[in-house]
Design a protein around this ligand. Structure first.
Ligand SMILES: *[C@@H]1O[C@H](CO)[C@@H](O)[C@H](O)[C@H]1NC(C)=O
Ligand SMILES: *[C@@H]1O[C@H](CO)[C@@H](O)[C@H](O)[C@H]1NC(C)=O
Length: 247
């Protein structure tokens, strides 16, 4: 008995990733489900309460709020943008408007509506946007209403040391289709210059749509990277056949 406890402790401390059974709050979809897409969709909707609070034991982060340590623009271009310690409210109110899953090709297409998102954090920006040169770093806060996003996920199968087959994200692409409206406030622009700071904040807010269009690729990239990490963290715990049993 003591030995078992000791082994358990050693494994827990060393963080060895072991294949595990699915927790009861995940509703399993069989591989040959008549409508697999429908099944996965209702399984995700079922999971909303757990997604809201998060399940650290299963590496499921909390969506309310969703905390992202770093959203960095890796894309080239004229703008460098980094948002750190972002706290996002409203992601748990997501609506799945479409879900298409194909287990032959391992392709998943998900459309989501986000009625209201509010984000706060620290920004660091340098570059040209809506014809303005902006530079600064400090706290930021913003609201976005009625956003629509499309996510396309290409998975691949890989074998772990335990001989089991697992899924991982080969490519995850987020497209922000619509942001109906919003507002943003960047504190401390240009080292705290109040006149320039106010002018740029006003310019951003009165040209919010153009602003969103310009930062979109950056934000899409950052969101895709964040969600790839989250998805892989969850997926590496459960073998493919546990997630999608044959029958
Ligand atoms: C399967 O479910 C999806 C997603 O809910 C739905 O759009 C589609 O019409 C369904 N297909 C069939 C054949 O029932
Ligand atoms: C975002 O919404 C909150 C709550 O309604 C409000 O207090 C805040 O001022 C808004 N932010 C901006 C930048 O307008």
């Amino acid at each position: 008995m003591k030995t078992i406890v000791l082994i358990g402790l050693v494994l827990a401390i060393s963080g060895v990733a072991l294949a595990r059974d699915l927790p009861e709050f995940i509703h399993v979809c069989k591989k040959n489900e008549p409508n697999l897409s429908e099944c996965i969709k209702s399984s995700i909707i079922n999971l909303k309460p757990q997604l809201k609070t998060g399940m650290p034991d299963y590496k499921i982060p909390s969506l309310e709020p969703l905390m992202l340590k770093e959203l960095t623009a890796t894309a080239g271009g004229n703008l460098k943008l980094k948002i750190t310690n972002a706290i996002i409210h409203g992601s748990s109110d997501f609506l799945l408007t479409k879900l298409k899953a194909n287990l032959e090709t391992l392709t998943f297409i998900v459309d989501v509506d986000l009625p209201r998102l509010s984000i706060s954090g620290n920004y660091d920006v340098n570059g040209r946007i809506i014809l303005l040169y902006i530079r600064g770093n400090g706290p930021m806060q913003g609201n976005f209403t009625n956003s629509k996003a499309f996510v396309k996920i290409q998975m691949k199968e890989f074998k772990k040391e335990d001989g089991e087959s697992y899924l991982k994200v080969a490519e995850l692409k987020t497209k922000i289709a619509v942001v109906q409206d919003g507002a943003l406030h960047l504190e401390n622009l240009f080292g705290g210059d109040p006149v320039l700071g106010d002018a740029v904040n006003n310019a951003i807010n009165s040209n919010f749509n153009s602003f969103v269009t310009e930062i979109k690729p950056t934000v899409e990239n950052a969101i895709s990277n964040a969600f790839t990490d989250i998805a892989n963290g969850i997926l590496q715990q459960f073998p493919f056949k546990t997630l999608f049993p044959e029958s």
